[in-house]
Design a protein around this ligand. Structure first.
Ligand SMILES: CCCCCCC[C@@H](O)CC(=O)SCCNC(=O)CCNC(=O)[C@H](O)C(C)(C)COP(=O)(O)OP(=O)(O)OC[C@H]1O[C@@H](n2cnc3c(N)ncnc32)[C@H](O)[C@@H]1OP(=O)(O)O
Length: 308
């Protein structure tokens, strides 16, 4: 169990993460797509079949931009170990995700990851830890994407040594996923029902955190049953945006930012509302059954035609 006295922010900040490597195949990419609801309600959906099948062979399938998180899972799906930070991994929740995509993701790839600490904050009742991963294609050396993961470590705050709460960030404020939701009617709304087994499928993408599969672990974490991975909810939301606004073209997505407000139980219905502001899509996802917002954020697009 973590406690404030076991936090040494200076030690954590001076830590140099080792580079990591990762390889994924067309099978991983297709599984990742299926686990965020691709072709869930229509097995021949013309916008989505390309993520799992291509007539020219599996090497020609497209990869969803949210699958970029697949590349960084090895660096800490159910917890991050770094000196100076001891906490209870069962109380960790995914708070935010920020993704930049520089090139369409290939259907299979060998990856070289450079990992760094992007933020550390004392929120009193919780600590917030932000880890940034830059993923390079091993063969070409090209930078493919950047993922910044914010985790909320409940029960681990209160470690500040002075009266001012400790807060360190090394990235621009305009990359903050917190957004103001417009008061106007949404440009588009998309509804999707997750399956009761959704988290059991999503975990095969590589996040084996037992919070999503083990009823006892879920109880300790304060939930009545295992909850859905935050990145699965984000995958459903971004899929909805690609479908409703990008006319099915995933390569239009330049960056994605999302903040998780509340847990989702597998089997619940996700309703994603979208507003178009220039080349930015602001979105909000609600759970229909509980009428609660679970996620909001924005997706920046490249080359959007004005005919929308
Ligand atoms: C790619 C690698 C992936 C690895 C991912 C991690 C592993 C995964 O397996 C784990 C998961 O997927 S968990 C499932 C998804 N996440 C969730 O369900 C969490 C949903 N959110 C919550 O429960 C609350 O918002 C909660 C609990 C997060 C916060 O609620 P409160 O305690 O009520 O907080 P509040 O009092 O409102 O705010 C306190 C301060 O914290 C900031 N904050 C709030 N929500 C945040 C969030 N989601 N992310 C980041 N910061 C957040 C607030 O701004 C506030 O700070 P300040 O006082 O300075 O304004």
């Amino acid at each position: 169990m973590g406690s404030a006295s076991e936090f040494d922010p200076a030690l954590a900040l001076s830590h140099k993460f080792p580079d990591t490597t990762y390889s994924y195949t067309e099978r991983d990419a297709a599984l990742c797509a299926l686990s965020v609801g691709v072709c869930l309600s229509d097995a021949v959906d013309a916008d989505e079949l390309k993520y799992v099948y291509h007539e020219n062979g599996q090497e020609s399938i497209k990869v969803l931009p949210t699958s970029s998180t697949l590349l960084v899972l090895r660096s800490g799906a159910s917890g991050y170990n770094l000196p100076g930070l001891k906490y209870d991994p069962r109380l960790l929740l995914h708070g935010q995700q920020y993704i930049e995509l520089y090139k369409p993701l290939p259907s299979s790839c060998h990856i070289h990851n450079k990992v760094s600490l992007a933020g550390l904050h004392d929120k009193g009742k919780a600590a917030i830890l932000e880890i940034e991963t830059k993923s390079y294609e091993k063969e070409s050396g090209d930078l493919l994407c950047m993922n910044r993961t914010t985790v909320f470590l409940r029960g681990s705050g209160g470690f500040s040594k002075s009266s001012k709460p400790f807060s360190y960030t090394n990235y621009p404020v305009n990359q903050n996923p917190a957004v103001k939701i417009p008061e106007s009617k949404p440009f588009s709304v998309f509804e999707d029902r997750t399956q009761p087994s959704q988290a059991l499928l999503y975990r095969l993408s590589g996040d084996y955190n037992p919070l999503h599969s083990d009823p006892m672990v879920a109880k300790v974490a304060g939930f009545s049953r295992p909850i859905l991975h935050g990145l699965c909810t984000l995958g459903f939301a971004v899929r909805a945006i690609i479908k409703c606004i990008c006319r099915g073209d995933p390569d239009l997505v330049k960056s994605i930012a999302g903040r998780f407000f509340l847990h989702v139980y597998p089997g619940e219905t996700l309703v994603t509302e979208m507003w178009l502001e220039g080349s930015r899509v602001i979105f909000r996802t609600k759970v229909k059954e509980r009428k609660r917002t679970v996620l909001s954020g924005y997706v920046d697009l490249r080359g959007l035609t004005s005919s929308l």
